[in-house]
Design a protein around this ligand. Structure first.
Ligand code: IVH
Length: 660
């Protein structure tokens, strides 16, 4: 019986390997199901038989409370980026200057999330995300369910391998079809879907997401007497891991350029998303000699493909009204998929932008995702015009309230100046409650719009009156006692916000989150800010004449003065509380050390920011340090931090943490 059990485990594991890793099944689905059923029955009858590498261990079902932190044995570094041929040639030249003329391994840059897998005695024991490179999160329970990741490898060794977990385009499509039927938000692309799936506490969900993985890096090749990266890839393959069939050894920089051209042209026909090509020095002894910068290996880089452009029809240009009354033309597009997400609209910013691009309604236009996120109309394809296209005409009346538009001093922007324009009011309310402003949960854009149209909220003060309308709210469709209670609590909590949130929420033209903080810190109290004159404001670093004027103008309006007085009477806090972003858990009570040069902040500036967010700073790294922020040319403090296993943030991480 036990022999049969062992035989079944081996048959099914082999079938899984052939199907999921080699993409070359040798048994039918029916045969597979038959073996699996037989195995499951045996496991029910003889629970003592169950092996760690049994295929049933991949079914999922384990639910965890939260993600445990894992310190990587060696940091999981990311790669420097190059964007064109000359930057690739520079990358190679720098290596030549060091006296090396290596061959390279070119690989596809899989658009997923990187993972570290650990095996002991040939058995899978744990998996972790990259995290910030030094500390990742334990995702063992979910990784176990990935069919192409073996629970047992072909040699009984201890080994760590690294690679990319991804979701195929086909799986994303069917997952989104299902989510659409269920009324759930769709995943924007394969990477987000993979990341969202791996961050599930319940491994059953991860299992259903049908993730996949390519392995591409061996952190300790010397342990296995491996001298080149291409051998490392071969070794991983021989152990039973899925490696990418496109990996290629090339002898020089021309080989790299050919690989990029070749793969660029097959990109869209691949079953998974890639966003570039990774180039790695093949010889591991040369890799060692080249070493690392603070953030990246010098022996590898990532070539990023240019943003994908696709053609579609510009069916209309419609105008929207912002909170300040600014009118924005927007492209209405025939829906088209760009890099995995459907694009229907794109901002055209202002009249001049449309005129510069010479866009006509009805044009076939090319679209791309600027910075890979915001859709952008690149240009019209003039050769495709057939004479039916209509010229773009800027409007002169507000599309909502019909009042005459005014042109800004710069002559570029048009504004609706009607303070009672419903759209302006709705947008102002949406801004007031938004996360970075008063942070009132439960009043989304649609709800504000509905409440406005129903006359429940017409002005900011009405938000704080909602508690009087408790019963009316509970009766509204989509609301219940619990959601109304949560909303009212969130409204009450917002009264305690520190001053900078209130200043930002007022929507004073040009006063964003950062300037609101500067003003709150300088004036401490809204009435002092209200009484500040132009000269005083203009003298503040970072404010300048345009913003100074904007603040003075805002507070000179009787209506705005009344609003402040009313909010004060309601009990909204008007003072600067000192610790800004008090709820920024990423900083509170943590000790920070900054080392190296940051590109967006001076040394003192970054220290101030940390302290303002509730952290403390010091100049030397010790066991008590919680986080080391690393810029360019970081030296011994960085090394020490790594040695002590301290959390490391680069500038991008810092910015993300500041934004919560
Ligand atoms: S090698 C030290 N190879 O790209 C070498 N990375 O920007 C570390 N990636 O964090 C990575 N495909 O998530 C490598 N074939 C590949 C890759 C790859 C995708 C991702 C990985 C990494 C990021 C670097």
């Amino acid at each position: 019986m036990k022999e049969r059990y062992d035989e079944l485990v081996d048959i099914i594991n082999k079938a899984n390997y052939e199907y999921h890793v080699l993409d070359n099944p040798t048994i039918t689905d029916q045969e597979f199901d038959k073996y699996l059923r037989e195995l499951i029955n045996l496991e029910i009858e003889h629970p003592d038989f169950v092996r760690d590498d049994s295929p049933t261990q991949k079914i999922g079902g384990e639910v965890i409370d939260g993600f445990k932190k894992v310190i990587h044995d060696k940091p999981m570094l990311s790669l420097s980026n190059v964007f064109n041929e000359s930057e690739i040639i520079d990358f190679n030249n720098k290596i030549s200057k060091e006296g090396f003329h290596p061959s390279y391994v070119c690989e596809l840059k899989i658009d997923g999330l990187s993972v570290s897998l650990k095996y002991k005695g040939g058995k899978f024991v744990s998996a972790a995300t990259r995290g910030d490179g030094v500390v990742g999160e334990d995702i063992t329970h979910n990784v176990k369910t990935i069919k192409s990741i073996p629970l047992k490898i072909n040699k009984p060794i201890d080994i760590e391998v690294r690679g990319e977990i991804f979701m195929s385009k086909k799986v994303l499509k069917s997952l989104n079809e299902l989510r659409s039927k269920q009324g759930l938000p769709l995943f924007q692309n394969c990477r987000n879907a993979a990341a969202g799936s791996i961050r599930q506490l319940d491994s059953k969900i991860a299992e259903q997401r049908k993730l996949d993985a390519f392995l591409y890096q061996l952190p300790n090749p010397e342990d296995f007497n491996i001298n080149t990266h291409i051998e490392a890839l071969e070794f991983m393959k021989s152990l039973g891991f899925k490696t990418n069939p496109n990996n290629k050894l090339v002898s020089d920089v021309n080989g790299i350029l050919d690989f990029i051209n070749e793969k660029g042209s097959i990109r869209s026909s691949l079953p998974y998303d890639i966003d570039g090509v990774v180039i790695k020095v093949n010889d591991i002894s040369i890799q060692k000699k080249l070493g690392f910068t603070a953030k990246y290996p010098k022996w590898a880089t990532a070539y990023k493909f240019p943003a994908e452009e696709v053609l579609t029809k510009l069916t209309d240009i419609v105008f929207t009204v912002g909170r300040t009354g600014q009118i924005t033309p927007n492209a209405v597009l025939e829906p088209v998929i760009v890099q995995g997400s459907t694009i229907r609209r794109a901002t055209l910013h202002n009249e001049q932008y449309v005129l510069d691009k010479e866009l006509k309604i009805g044009d076939i236009v090319s679209i791309r995702k600027a910075g890979d996120v915001i859709p952008e109309v690149v240009k019209p394809i003039k050769e495709r015009r057939n004479g039916s296209e209509k010229p773009f005409v800027m409007i002169d009346k507000c599309p909502i309230c019909n009042s005459k538009l005014e042109v800004s001093k710069t002559g570029i922007d048009y504004f609706c100046k009607n303070d009672n324009c419903p759209k302006r009011n709705i947008e102002s309310l949406i801004h007031f409650v938004s996360r970075k402003a008063m942070n009132i949960d439960g009043l989304g854009e649609r709800i504000i719009e509905d409440f406005y149209n129903l006359g429940i909220i017409r002005q900011i003060e009405d938000i704080y009156d909602l508690k009087e309308k408790n019963t009316e709210l509970i009766e509204l469709e989509g609301f219940g006692e619990k959601s109304v209670n949560n909303l009212l609590t969130s409204i009450e909590n917002s009264k305690k916000n520190s001053l900078e949130r209130l200043i930002f929420s007022l929507g004073i033209t040009g006063i964003g989150e950062k300037n609101a903080k500067i003003l709150a810190k300088k004036y401490n109290n809204i009435y002092k800010l209200m009484n500040a004159n132009f000269e005083e404001l203009n003298a503040i670093r970072d404010i300048g004449p345009i913003l100074a004027n904007s603040v003075v103008e805002f507070f000179s309006s009787e209506e705005n003065k009344t609003l402040i007085k009313n909010l004060d009477n309601i009990g909204v806090n008007m003072e600067y509380i000192g610790q800004k972003n008090v709820d920024n858990v990423n900083f509170i009570n943590k000790k920070f050390v900054v080392t190296g040069t940051l590109s967006n902040y001076g040394r003192d500036e970054v220290k101030n920011i940390i302290e303002n967010n509730g952290g403390t700073t010091s100049d030397s790294v010790s066991k008590k340090t919680d986080v080391v922020i690393v810029g360019e040319n970081a030296g011994s403090k960085y090394d020490k931090a790594i040695k002590l296993g301290i959390e490391i943030w680069d500038e991008e991480t810092l910015q993300n943490k500041l934004n919560l």
